[in-house]
Structures are given as structure tokens and as C-alpha cells.
Design a protein around this ligand. Structure first.
Ligand code: CO
Length: 181
């Protein structure tokens, strides 16, 4: 019998957050259990989206639910090996948070619409257009698969405003690491 998967949030500046994540190769029960555990972690953390590197996994998997409400499972979206084919529309500014940067929010500019190609956890390939908040969440989470983080998208003013909090995260990470030789 296998243990149920239970992931924890990977916090900045863990190096896994800086890697370009690797594609999923097998669409099997293990993948579907991983996706389910990612949704569980996202809901537990009160997020609306989560990328696999944030669960410590080097894989191109995103889960999101723009409602943030586990009861609204119809709004769940799990994207495997996702590619953003196109971004379009006016550039909007929105205050984004990130589970890997607790308590830090910053205004980020992104085009309003995106078109993606992805696979479902069952292995079915599809293309779809998104706009509004869902498009925003997809673009944020997609950044994680490319090793791009909220801190990279911040204005210099936001970065200065969050300097103390960012330094604290770096120090907390260092304290959690074994002493270097
Ligand atoms: Co994030």
C-alpha cells in the first residue's frame, strides 16, 4: 500500500524554483495522484494556482481554480506539459501574490489574454483561449515552469518596498540548509 501524497510549499529562494521544469512523460495513475495532491496543497494554502516546482516537483504541471474554492470543482483546471502559444490583448496591471512568497504582493503587468496548448492528466491534448483572472493565473503559474518568479516581475519600487521580507525569506532558507563545507 502506498502512502497518500502530501506535498509542502517550496519557498523562495529554493533553487528548484529557478529550474526550467521537465516534461511529464507518463500519463498514469501516479500523475493523477500527483495532480490531486497538488490541488489539496493549493486549497490548504488558500491559493488559486500552484505549479509543480512549488510542491518540490521538477515537472511541467499546473493546477488552478480561480474560485479558490474546493467545493467548486467544476472550475478546476489541471494543465500538463502546457505551452503558451500566444498572449494578446491590452496589458493589464494586477496585484499578484505567490505561495512561494508568503505575505508579499506586487503589481505585475501581463497581457489580458492567452492561448495555451496542454494535456489533461488523462493525456488528452487540447488548445484553449483564456482571459481575465484565469489567464492571469495561468501566466503566473506558467512562469514557474520557466523558473521565473514574482520577484523578477516586480517594479523596482515594489522590490524596494519588499526588501526586508525578501531578505527574511533568504535568511530563513539558509537557516534551514545544512552548513556548507
Ligand atoms: Co507563484
Amino acid at each position: 500500500m502506498t502512502e497518500p501524497l502530501e506535498f509542502r510549499i517550496t519557498l523562495y529562494p529554493d533553487p528548484i524554483l529557478r529550474k526550467v521544469a521537465r516534461p511529464v512523460e507518463r500519463f498514469d495513475d501516479e500523475l493523477r495522484a500527483t495532480v490531486r495532491a497538488m490541488f489539496d496543497l493549493m486549497y490548504r494554502s488558500q491559493g488559486v494556482g500552484l505549479a509543480a516546482p512549488q510542491a518540490g516537483l521538477d515537472r511541467r504541471i499546473l493546477v488552478l481554480n480561480p474560485t479558490g474554492d474546493a467545493a467548486q470543482a467544476d472550475s478546476e483546471l489541471a494543465l500538463v506539459n502546457v505551452t503558451i502559444l500566444d498572449r494578446s490583448g491590452p496589458v493589464g496591471i494586477y496585484e499578484e501574490g505567490c505561495l512561494s512568497f508568503p505575505q508579499i504582493y506586487a503589481e505585475v503587468k501581463r497581457p489580458e489574454r492567452c492561448r495555451i496548448r496542454a494535456f489533461t492528466p488523462e493525456g488528452r491534448e487540447f488548445e484553449q483561449d483564456y482571459d481575465g483572472f484565469t489567464s492571469r493565473v495561468i501566466q503566473h503559474e506558467y512562469d514557474h515552469l520557466e523558473g521565473v518568479l514574482l520577484v523578477d516581475r516586480m517594479s523596482p519600487a515594489d522590490k524596494a518596498r519588499h526588501k526586508v521580507a525578501l531578505t527574511e525569506l533568504v535568511e530563513r532558507y539558509r537557516r534551514g540548509q545544512p552548513a556548507s563545507k
